[in-house]
Write a protein that binds this ligand. Structure first.
Ligand code: CMC
Length: 392
């Protein structure tokens, strides 16, 4: 009852209009500024897609070079920010550290609070895209007790990130170009996804005029949950828990049991009800990486392949239109590359930063911008009189 439409989970409410990303869940279509994700993931690369998302068109060669130089020039973080990292418990989850450090950047870049100045918006956008790999890698290094590795600006975005994660002072890390390409593809496939929970969180936070770094920190916090970005970590942990293919039927039965909260992580999607177009490309990428690393005998991978086969043949999953999503395959690739599961969601966060930033910029440029302020259906007590404590 009431004058408001109740739409739990916002399954049929459009919260904004947007020209950035289009999804047709029935047909399995995802486009950025009109370009299909499959083409972008195969023929383009992450920084070019960042440009496309931010400015609406593919860049010319000169525009791309200028953009890449700009991003590269901002990859360092201020030395004083190392203190923020050191304040965390030594074994902190890298997502916890990222929420804190990115939020703390709002205390560092006061200028960005002036969101009405287009120049400041631009600088904040570039800073976020450039510094996020450095921050994610530092959060990782801190969590394993290794020294921070500074960015190297002669490397491309993905190679630089891999090196900041895996290089140790005693031994220089040689970036394998196939792994760098796979990393770049993971970034590209996660770059934006219209009004998902974390993007909506960023927009809601920013609708009050808040500092952009604080808004992105809110997005990172929302992404962390296992129903959203945290699914990639949860999925690999589930595959490890299953352990061997003979235990798959037990877990499939649990996923189908209405009285058991267990779900197959990496399966299902709110919008895609046929297939996740990102998962298609990610699966190809997984095959490439696994071929290169020669991990056919990896037990996690064997469980993943068999689980995928069994679930796709099971009528429960077909009826409910549950297919492997992007996180099912990304976790397998990241695991093979040597990332611990705790880094899977930070990698998603760094890749999604450009989506958050593009949506934030679009929102601020919208002449219809209003503070986001949903209403509710009140189901509590009717008005009543206060009772003194001795009379209760
Ligand atoms: N395993 C088993 N059953 C499932 C699953 C699953 N993974 N996902 C949905 N269902 C069932 C669910 O129990 C429900 O059954 P019933 O109609 O009998 O109550 C039905 O399918 C519909 O589920 P829902 O929760 O109403 O659907 P939703 O659109 O609210 O949820 C989802 C979408 C992605 C949160 C959900 O499918 C899920 O929890 N999947 C596992 C987590 C996951 O992989 N998340 C990553 C999504 S892709 C990347 C990202 O967005 O970050």
């Amino acid at each position: 009852a009431g004058v408001f439409t109740y739409d739990p989970g916002f399954t049929s409410t459009a919260s904004c209009d947007s020209t950035i990303t289009y999804i047709d869940g029935e047909k399995g279509i995802l486009t950025h500024r009109g370009y299909p994700i499959g083409q972008l993931a195969k023929d383009s690369h992450y920084l070019e897609v960042c440009y496309l998302l931010l400015y609406g068109e593919l860049p010319s060669a000169a525009q791309l070079e200028e953009f890449e130089t700009l991003v590269t020039r901002h990859t360092m973080i201020h030395e004083q920010m190392h203190n923020f990292f050191r304040g965390f418990r030594r074994d902190a989850h890298p997502m916890a550290t990222m929420v804190g450090v990115v939020g703390a950047m709002s205390a560092f870049y006061h200028d960005s609070t002036d969101i009405n100045d287009p120049h400041q918006r631009e600088v904040a956008s570039i800073r976020l895209i450039a510094k996020m790999p450095t921050i994610a890698a530092m959060a990782y290094k801190y969590s394993i007790g290794q020294p921070f590795v500074y960015p190297r600006n002669d490397l491309d975005y993905a190679s630089n990130f891999l090196r900041m994660c895996f290089s140790v002072p005693a031994e220089e890390y040689e970036v394998n170009p196939i792994l760098a390409r796979a990393m770049d593809r993971i970034f590209t496939l996660h770059a934006d996804h219209e009004q998902n929970a974390s993007t909506s969180t960023v927009r809601l936070a920013s609708s009050s005029g808040a500092n952009p770094f604080a808004c992105i920190a809110a997005g990172i916090a929302c992404l962390w949950g296992p129903a959203h970005g945290g699914a990639n970590q949860a999925c690999l942990e589930m595959l490890r828990e299953i352990g061997t293919p003979d235990r798959i039927p037990e877990f499939i039965a649990r996923a189908k049991d209405r009285n058991d909260p267990f779900r197959l992580m990496g399966f299902g999607h709110r919008v895609y009800k046929n297939f996740d177009p990102r998962a298609k490309v990610m699966k190809e990428s997984a095959d490439e990486v696994l071929d290169l690393l020669g991990v056919e005998n990896n037990p996690t991978l064997q469980v993943a392949k068999e689980l995928e086969r069994v679930a796709l043949e099971d009528p429960y999953f077909a009826e409910k239109k549950l297919y492997p999503n992007v996180d099912f395959y990304s976790g397998i690739i990241l695991d093979a590359m040597g990332f611990p599961t705790s880094m899977f969601t930070p990698i998603f966060a760094l890749a999604r930063t450009v989506g958050w930033v593009s949506q934030w910029k679009e929102q601020l440029a919208d002449p219809q911008l209003k503070i986001g302020r949903p209403r509710q259906l009140y189901l509590g007590a009717a008005q009543r009189d206060y009772v003194d404590i001795e009379n209760r």
